[in-house]
Design a protein around this ligand. Structure first.
Ligand code: HEM
Length: 453
């Protein structure tokens, strides 16, 4: 702008002062031209620099730490020591609710809270993609749901979810009932001391093998550990016109995902319910009362039905309160597709977002008396403000195994409370995160049979 005004002044003075002024005008014009050329060249550079300076000012506070390592070891150590909440609270105190750090080799922004949950669950693939840390990707494969987005994600998810819908689940109840009984008869007998977590992992693994992959007890189940030899029912999935709905890689990678996502989470939920019921005799008594009422209407050996599960409302509240206090999954990762603004900060394209979804479960402005194990909180779930209680995530990626997990948990707790009692044998009350919560020594308990199965 400046060069243009100056040239106009020179032109006006040249009109009044003759030839001398005219030559001066030519000189000024050529200088002006040079300035214009330089300015045109520098302007974009200047704009770029200005943008960079502005952007870097708006990236959230915090430090990216050492290259590659960043804060990964600090977080992993805190999780092992069961001090992850404290570790995160210290970050919040130091940097505020949104801060940058580096996790698993990537620049990351840590966010939490109801608004953060809503943002993550409602953002589509044009803003955030699902990308897991490299280590998880190597285990599960790059064609599993957690690595897929938009149309691809929808296609594969719709196919998988058909196996997990209530219509399919209604047919599973009898089979689940059988798996649970055989498991309890085999491992939970006499007055012995057993470890709950490894046994629950065996049970939930067996249930998935049998119900989702059609693998009955015996050597064939071991094949699931070698996915390339899998002959699961998922492999035979076809569309209405017999066309293939998923590629072979997609089937293999999602079989792996369902195995891991399905058995590692439900086993934790049931293990922590066993722990909390032992510590809260009144709640154990109320669960027993509900389950005995159902058991009394059954003839010996008759299995539970879908309708019976609908009558286990109190027991499911106990499960929800267990997941509030000890969520099997306490957070997740996404990646930005473009520069985005969140909470007044800029999160650059390609950065990781680390959202600790379950931090709202331990927010005293949402749940009173946080440390109290109180299933009554869930008597009226409609009164809970949205995006605060999110053990199964939310939005397009909400856990498709939610109903499946509910059925296996209710069936297992039914047979546990009606057939045995137990007391904790742990010498401490400790658990670490790996990344799911893991009680000391797998939670040893002394079992006392009540009545035979
Ligand atoms: C108590 C039990 C369970 C809990 C607490 C749980 C929790 C979750 C959460 C929080 C997510 C969302 C992760 C994210 O947004 O990044 C998720 C996803 C998933 N869960 Fe579960 N889950 C459980 C049981 C199961 C079971 C039994 C299955 C299968 C039989 C299963 C299969 C999956 C799959 C396939 C996904 C990925 C969905 C997608 O990306 O679209 N889960 N689960």
């Amino acid at each position: 702008m400046f060069w243009y005004v100056k040239m106009e002044l020179v032109l006006v003075s040249g009109y009044h002062n003759g030839a001398k002024a005219l030559s001066s005008l030519y000189l000024s014009t050529s200088i002006m031209n040079t300035i214009v050329a330089i300015s045109l060249f520098l302007l974009p550079v200047f704009c770029l620099l200005a943008r960079r300076i502005r952007s870097s000012k708006r990236v959230p506070p915090g430090s990216l730490g050492f290259p590659v390592i960043g804060q990964s070891l600090g977080l992993l150590r805190a999780m092992k020591a069961n001090t992850a909440e404290k570790w995160l609270d210290e970050r919040v105190q130091k940097y505020g609710p949104i801060s940058k750090l580096s996790l698993f080799g990537k620049p990351t922004v840590f966010i939490y809270g109801q608004a953060a949950n809503k943002f993550l669950f409602t953002s589509d693939g044009s803003v955030l993609t699902s990308k897991q840390p490299q280590s998880l990707k190597m285990i599960l494969g790059d064609r599993c749901l957690l690595e897929m987005n938009d149309e691809d994600h929808k296609r594969v998810r719709d196919t998988l979810v058909s196996f997990l819908k209530p219509d399919s689940l209604k047919r599973y109840v009898g089979k689940m009932d059988e798996e649970v009984r055989i498991h309890l008869e085999t491992y939970w007998k006499d007055e012995q001391i057993i470890k709950v977590l490894p046994l629950m992992k065996t049970l939930t693994f067996d249930i998935i093998c049998s119900l989702l992959f059609g693998l009955e007890r015996g050597a064939r189940r071991d094949q699931m550990l070698h996915p390339t030899r899998t002959s699961s029912s998922l492999l035979s999935i076809r569309g209405e016109n017999k066309q293939e709905l998923m590629s072979e890689n997609e089937i293999i990678h999602n079989v792996m995902l369902i195995m891991v996502a399905g058995y590692a989470t439900s086993s934790i939920l049931i293990t922590f319910m066993v722990r909390l019921l032992a510590k809260n005799p009144n709640i154990h008594a109320a669960v027993l009362e509900e389950q005995e009422e159902i058991a009394q209407n059954k003839s010996p050996g008759e299995s539970l039905t879908w309708e019976d599960l609908g009558n286990m409302k109190y027991t499911w509240r106990v499960a929800m309160e267990t997941m509030r206090m000890f969520p099997p999954i306490f957070g997740g990762f996404r990646q930005t597709v473009k520069d985005i603004e969140y909470g007044g900060y800029l999160i650059p394209k390609g950065w990781q977002i680390f959202l600790v979804t379950a931090k709202t479960h331990m927010d005293s402005s949402i749940f009173q008396e946080l440390e109290k194990f109180d299933p009554a909180r869930f008597e009226n779930t409609a009164s809970l403000p949205p995006y605060n209680f999110v053990p199964f995530g939310g939005g397009a990626r909400i856990c498709p195994g939610y109903e499946f997990a509910k059925v296996e948990t209710l069936v297992t707790i039914h047979y546990l409370v009606t057939h045995i009692t137990w007391k904790l044998c742990c010498t401490d009350d400790f658990f670490s995160r790996d990344p799911t919560p893991v009680p000391t020594q797998g939670l040893p308990i002394q079992i006392i049979p009540r009545k035979p199965l």
